[in-house]
Design a protein around this ligand. Structure first.
Ligand code: WQD
Length: 344
């Protein structure tokens, strides 16, 4: 039965939530992760939700022999969900070579081994950053891919091109590439969630750390954008809704339903919210105030981007169902859970 899935980066934020949904759907999961930006304890969190700890392989996907050994030790892997990558936009500007090596060498290894090990189905973790600042909003999958605004975004653009060329050359290989907008929130059990190393880059964990008192105040990066309230707009999607899309993508591939060698889907809510609107929604949802100060724009940020998710809605039968308020409540519950366990 082809129900064994390799999840690289499976102890990471989106990876761990996807492992839960895969196990809940009856899949056997093998997690490969080098723990460079996550903890092995996440596996206990997963097990506390699903009752089953996934097989864990501590390896770096840039190490092809080690990755090959994972395929050999876990016979019957029929699909790969490839999350393992570095993902901090700002950090990528400071350390471009680390990003190009880590994000692209790992992908090359995965693609080669998919062919060599007869595991021809790939779900690839892509990003709305491939669009840069779209000319037209909401952004659809046919929007032009504009020059990346960061090495991170460029690695996602290059990765998509590598995948396109590879599936063209080898018709056995099939891929569904999921372009995430802004993932946020945590599992309702508060057993897993976002665990940023050090000072969070992303907005939502910074908001919850400010709300709980770890951070003094939130810096709002820019109030002079051409948006209704001057702050930048994004499409914040609940991480569990996002995780469920990966299970649907795996099922699509295993059933041979994908129409092309590689298909692209925007995974967003279709609703754009500004930073100030997020703060207002957070305070309404939790009753907790978030001290903030308006500062200058952050380098590499786009002004506004949100998804047109209609293709994923119709073609995958998937839709982001969770409200912003409910999503933010899960983020807050997760923060309180970390604090009560003295984690962070
Ligand atoms: C969101 C908004 C900031 C922090 C992310 C991921 C990237 C990709 C796309 C997956 C921006 C503002 C933030 C803060 C702020 N995801 N902000 N104060 O930059 O859209 O990119 O989603 O591939 O990997 O990083 O997300 O959460 O950093 O910022 O005002 O302290 O919040 O300027 O407008 P971003 P983010």
């Amino acid at each position: 039965m082809d129900k064994k899935i390799l999840v690289t980066g499976g102890t990471g934020y989106i990876g761990s939530h996807t492992v839960v949904e895969l196990q809940n759907s009856g899949y056997e999961v093998v997690v490969a992760d080098n723990l460079s930006n996550s903890s092995e304890n996440v596996l206990d969190g997963i097990a506390s939700i699903t009752g089953k700890k996934p097989v864990f392989e501590k390896i770096d996907c840039c190490d092809k022999p080690a990755l090959e050994a994972v395929f050999k030790r876990n016979a019957g892997i029929s699909a790969v969900i490839h999350f393992a990558a570095s993902k901090a936009v700002g950090e990528s500007v400071q350390m471009p070579l680390l990003y190009y090596r880590n994000n692209l060498v790992s992908l090359l290894n995965i693609l080669e081994l998919m062919g060599e090990q007869n595991a021809p189905h790939l779900v690839f973790s892509s990003s709305c950053t491939v669009y840069g600042q779209p000319d037209v909003l909401p952004v659809t999958e046919s929007a032009p891919i504009k020059p990346a605004t960061s090495p991170y975004g460029n690695t996602k653009q290059i990765a998509e091109e590598i995948i396109r060329d590879t599936v063209y050359a080898d018709s056995r290989l099939k891929c569904v590439a999921l372009r995430y907008f802004n993932p946020a929130g945590a599992h309702p059990s508060a057993a897993i969630g976002e665990l940023p190393n050090g000072v969070p880059n992303n907005l939502i964990p910074f908001v919850t750390q400010t709300a709980i008192g770890i951070r003094e105040r939130l810096r709002v990066f820019g109030s002079d954008y051409n948006t209704p309230d001057g702050s930048a707009i994004r499409d914040y999607i609940y991480v569990v809704d996002l995780a469920k899309a990966h299970v649907i993508a795996v099922e699509r591939l295993l059933a041979g339903k994908n129409r092309k060698g590689v298909e692209f889907f925007n995974l967003g809510t279709g609703r754009g919210l500004s930073v100030l609107e997020i703060l207002k929604e957070f305070e309404q949802a939790t009753g907790v105030e978030v001290p903030r100060e308006i500062v200058g724009r952050r380098e590499g940020d786009v002004e506004q981007v949100w998804a047109d998710p209609s293709f994923a809605n119709s073609e995958l039968g998937w839709k982001a169902e969770t409200s912003t308020g409910d999503m933010l409540k899960t983020a807050w519950n997760w923060e309180k859970s970390l604090c009560s366990r003295n984690i962070q």
